[in-house]
Write a protein that binds this ligand. Structure first.
Ligand SMILES: Nc1ncnc2c1ncn2[C@@H]1O[C@H](COP(=O)(O)OP(=O)(O)OP(=O)(O)O)[C@@H](O)[C@H]1O
Length: 274
């Protein structure tokens, strides 16, 4: 029998409060090395807040987070930056920087203050730009790229960083459907551990190994797409009516939404469906 993969990420009893309000309450989840975990849930469920705790932007009110068995608070800032890359939904401004210079920032955590860019570095940057389809935009100012191109440049920067854990907050927001699929397939192929918040449940079903479903700051379930994405669960958490079938290509759940049914849609659906 194969040895089980070591846990890349473990979250235990994580809570984050804003004043009296519990934004996250007692979240536990885990992920094996090299796997992709999709964090799903309605608006305001706490997806971004959970990710912010994972990349140490927020300090949890209580709970433990370990990366490869080590408490994330014990990493130095430099080591943490080497091991964890983050791609956020609101892209910051990078004035006066070309696309390839932005991608080159991914090398920073691995280099000394005055290190020169080596031939290998340049190759890595060119490869990452090619991977996200931005070779022809390499010399263009980052600020002049479209929303989707900026998003892809930020993903290329994360690729260059070669992290152990890649955290992405809704990275497919600005992408057209081709790049949504391509970027998620790419993330899978990188052989690093990925945690990603994502709204498109069909995309999450197709490309994530595990899903963590959050609702009102609480964990509803973690499991495979087949364990998480069923009509009852989607209906009660998202307040929509749907039919879940098996995708003709990959076999994971494929969700077809019904229109004109709201909050208690499951009941109405049951009544009108033959
Ligand atoms: N710094 C903060 N202080 C107080 N409340 C916050 C803070 N950050 C987020 N919240 C609240 O916590 C809740 C969860 O927000 P969060 O952004 O984590 O949700 P989300 O699941 O990522 O939502 P969306 O799908 O809309 O992006 C929201 O009600 C939000 O208003």
């Amino acid at each position: 029998m194969d040895d089980p993969q070591p846990l890349a990420l473990s979250i235990k009893g994580l809570s984050w409060h804003s004043g009296e309000r519990a934004i996250l309450a007692d979240i536990s989840a885990s992920l094996e090395k090299g796997k992709m975990l999709g964090v799903i849930g309605p608006n305001g469920a706490g997806k971004s807040t959970l990710l912010r705790c994972l990349y140490r932007y927020l300090v949890p009110t209580c709970g433990d987070i370990t990366l490869l068995g080590q408490d994330i608070n014990t990493f130095s800032a430099k080591t943490f930056a080497q091991q964890v890359a983050v791609v956020l939904q609101d892209t910051p401004h990078y004035f006066d920087m070309t696309a390839q210079q932005l991608v080159g920032l991914g090398l920073t955590p691995h280099k000394g203050a005055f290190s020169l860019t080596s031939a290998q570095d340049k190759q890595d940057i060119a490869n990452a730009l090619a991977t996200v389809g931005l070779t022809e935009r390499a010399s263009q100012p980052y600020e002049q790229l479209s929303g989707g191109e900026k998003q892809r440049a930020l993903i290329a920067r994360a690729i260059v960083q070669k992290p152990d854990l890649l955290i992405l907050d809704e990275p497919t927001n600005h992408l057209d459907i081709r790049y949504q699929i391509q970027i998620l397939e790419l993330l899978r192929s990188l052989d690093i551990t990925v945690i990603i918040s994502i709204h498109d449940l069909n995309l999450a079903s197709a490309l994530c190994d595990q899903l963590l479903l959050l609702d009102k700051g609480q964990s509803v379930i973690q499991g495979t797409p087949a364990q998480v994405l069923n009509e009852q669960q989607i209906g009660s958490v998202f307040g929509v009516c749907c039919q879940v079938t098996s995708h003709p290509q990959h076999g994971n759940p494929q969700i077809n939404y019904f229109y004109g049914y709201s909050d208690n849609g499951m009941t109405e659906h049951d009544e009108v469906m033959p």
